[in-house]
Unconditional design. Structure first.
Length: 324
């Protein structure tokens, strides 16, 4: 008799503690002998590889992939997010919505907790409270940048960073956040600071001239790596929002009219801290897309990026709900 598991038993590993984020291409995802596997063709042979769904946060289905209804059923039981995307993980698609920024096929459950959703909506319609939430996200972003950039400076010879210049830029950002009274003020401040961070990363890696281009419109390797890595961060952010039950449309900074705005807000917490320096380091070391993706995933794991996102969302929801 085959072993069977209750859906609740497949969710015993918290998403913040799960080890795997899969990007798959040129394969089929199906159920084989009760296990979710992906199948690749090698000549006349088909190779089957197991996906440990209880320890997986998200699966990104790239070029040339298909997935069966049975596989989606099992992934939903384990609470795994599934997203369709283009080659290399960018851009992300889902269902019939083409060229959207981030959209996932979410596993459904009628019994997911609503604690943080109730806290979030209790302040979300208050403009001042939303700005306060956005400020909390940006302050955590500064904390993560300071922590991981200085760590990269110590551990990587290709990242020779001026600690004084970084401290000056982040301190100025931190001080000016307190004077912002609207999301537009914060967005303008964020854009200015991000340009400074690009310049610091270029200087730290001796990359040379760099201009951030529109997504997908550049042949510059650092730009391509930034796009690729940022989409991985969006995947983690979508997972964090789903885990605590927050709809992606309840943004605090990237506008109330963008369906996935909260995903962008949450991704910003760790995006510059982890992806930005790695994009320039990988470009200077001559990494290909696969090597760079592995770099990013390793950084996410070592930095406990999903933990940081979830904790920031929970703390923000709790704090602002109490200050009604």
């Amino acid at each position: 008799m085959a072993n069977t598991f209750k859906p609740s038993e497949l969710k015993t590993i918290l998403h913040s503690k799960r080890a795997n984020l899969y990007y798959l291409q040129h394969c089929r995802v199906l159920v084989n002998a009760g296990r979710v596997e992906y199948v690749t063709d090698q000549g006349k042979e088909s190779l089957y590889w197991n996906i440990p769904i209880a320890n997986t946060t998200a699966i990104m289905l790239g070029t040339g992939t298909s997935i069966t209804q049975a596989a989606m059923r099992e992934l939903a039981k384990a609470g795994v997010l599934v997203g369709f995307c283009g080659g290399g993980g960018t851009p992300l698609y889902a269902g019939n919505e083409v060229q959207v920024d981030v959209s996932w096929l979410l596993p459904q459950s009628e019994y997911r907790p609503t604690e943080y959703l109730q806290q979030w909506v209790s302040f979300w319609f208050d403009d001042e409270k939303r700005v306060e939430a956005a400020k909390r996200f940006q302050l955590e972003r500064i904390k993560q940048i300071r922590k991981h950039w200085l760590s990269a400076n110590i551990k990587n010879e290709l990242f020779s960073l001026s600690k004084e210049q970084l401290d000056s830029a982040l301190t100025r950002f931190e001080d000016n956040i307190q004077t912002c009274t609207s999301t537009q003020d914060l967005l303008s401040l964020e854009a200015t600071t991000t340009k400074t961070l690009y310049k610091l990363a270029c200087n730290a890696t001796h990359y040379g001239d760099f201009t951030r281009s529109e997504r997908g419109n550049s042949t510059d390797i650092a730009n391509r790596f930034l796009d690729h890595g940022n989409y991985l961060a969006y995947g983690l952010a979508a997972t964090a929002c789903w885990v605590i039950g927050l709809p992606h449309g309840l943004a605090v900074l990237h506008g109330k009219t963008r369906r996935g705005g909260l995903v962008f807000d949450v991704a910003d917490i760790i995006k510059d801290a982890l992806i930005l320096p790695q994009a320039f380091i990988a470009a200077m070391e001559g990494d290909d897309e696969t090597e760079f993706r592995q770099r990013c995933l390793n950084k996410f794991r070592s930095a406990h990026a999903l933990d940081v996102m979830i904790d920031t969302l929970q703390n923000t929801a709790s704090a602002l709900a109490q200050n009604k």
